[in-house]
Ligand binder design. Structure first.
Ligand code: AN0
Ligand code: CP
Length: 317
């Protein structure tokens, strides 16, 4: 594997799960693979889990790691080509990227959607510029349209906790005060379709996701109906995708918050969320603190997914 921007690039589900199992059981077995190799992680947005888990994964593989928060200490970067740079941005991404490429062997990039220009976001302009101009393998640490390391960790977690072969997995929209990207729900939907689970997406009308990611999922506007018999509830907020509402918050209706009464409609489902999560907006305290909440093992599996991906990339350097 050269670049990793979507879970579908990891061959098939059984290959991905086998790679994850090996890494989990033998975390330090491949220290030679990463020796004298440098990972550069570039953050255009904040992070707790992605930053720490990817660094830990790289250290497990014997790699050196450099982290750059673009908004803290680096020159402010212009991203549009053709701009007369007489404003507050002293450097262009088109020089910065190949320069960064000189200092490392692999680059991880976090660059969220800006939520104003849908075509630009869905063209993955920043991530693709890294792929094109850095000269190095690039992986997504959440880009505009996908968060594949999260999706991979989610799949590992579902496989670890599932109690039956035929699963009903439900992705539910939940309220949040600020506009969030569609990357996590898009990527999760892509992963569920790829894995072939029975998959339902529930959200208020107006929050339809890009059909390319929805795929074969059943869309149900009645959240309680969607929850019936579910084995996994995956909560996430996202802003609108459709038309001129792109990037807007259309509702903060707390009737969509995941609470114990709704969880009681499921088949004793596990509760998942990628974190960070706003309690009592997305999920009630009683649910996130319940034994059915697996948000911490889910976050722990971020080391496993990052390590499995880094290993695949290192093998082909
Ligand atoms: C981000 C998002 O919704 O994409 C990151 C999630 C991993 N969340 C926030 O900005 C709160
Ligand atoms: N889930 C996740 O990617 O968390 P961070 O934004 O803290 O990295």
């Amino acid at each position: 594997m050269r670049h990793f921007t979507s879970i579908t690039q990891f061959g098939d589900l059984s290959k991905a799960l086998e790679a994850a199992r090996y890494v989990k059981q033998n975390p330090f077995a491949d220290q030679e693979l990463g020796r004298n190799r440098t990972l550069l992680m570039i953050f255009f947005n904040s992070s707790l889990r992605t930053r720490l888990s990817t660094q830990k994964a790289a250290m497990n593989l014997g790699m050196n790691v450099i982290v750059l928060d673009v908004n803290q200490g680096a020159w402010k970067l212009e991203t549009e080509r053709g701009v007369i740079m007489d404003g507050d941005k002293p450097e262009h991404l088109l020089e910065a990227i190949p320069v960064m490429g000189c200092y490392c062997d692999i680059i991880g990039v976090r660059a969220f959607a800006n939520l104003t220009d849908r075509d630009g976001d869905y063209a993955e302009i920043i991530l693709n510029q890294f792929i094109r101009y850095s000269g190095k393998p690039v992986f997504s640490m959440e880009a505009a349209t996908r968060h594949p390391l999260q999706t991979f960790a989610d799949l590992i977690t579902i496989e670890e906790f599932k109690k039956k072969d035929r699963l009903k997995v439900v992705l539910t929209w939940a309220p949040h005060p600020k506009a969030l990207p569609q990357a996590v729900p898009n990527s999760f939907a892509e992963g569920m379709n790829w894995a072939g689970y029975d998959f339902v997406i529930t959200h208020p009308e107006g929050y339809e996701l890009d059909p390319a990611f929805v795929g074969k999922a059943h869309v149900e506007y009645d959240q309680e109906k969607a929850f019936e018999g579910a084995d996994f509830i995956y909560a996430k907020n996202w802003s609108a995708y459709e038309g001129e509402n792109y990037g807007k918050v259309l509702s903060t209706d707390r009737n969509w918050t995941v609470d114990a009464r709704k969880m009681a409609l499921t088949d004793n489902a596990f509760f998942m969320h990628c974190l960070p999560v706003r309690r009592n907006m997305i999920v009630a305290d009683e649910v996130i603190e319940s034994p059915q909440s697996i948000v911490i093992p889910e976050a722990a599996n971020r080391v496993v997914s990052a390590q499995a991906v880094l290993k695949e990339i290192l093998k082909e350097l």
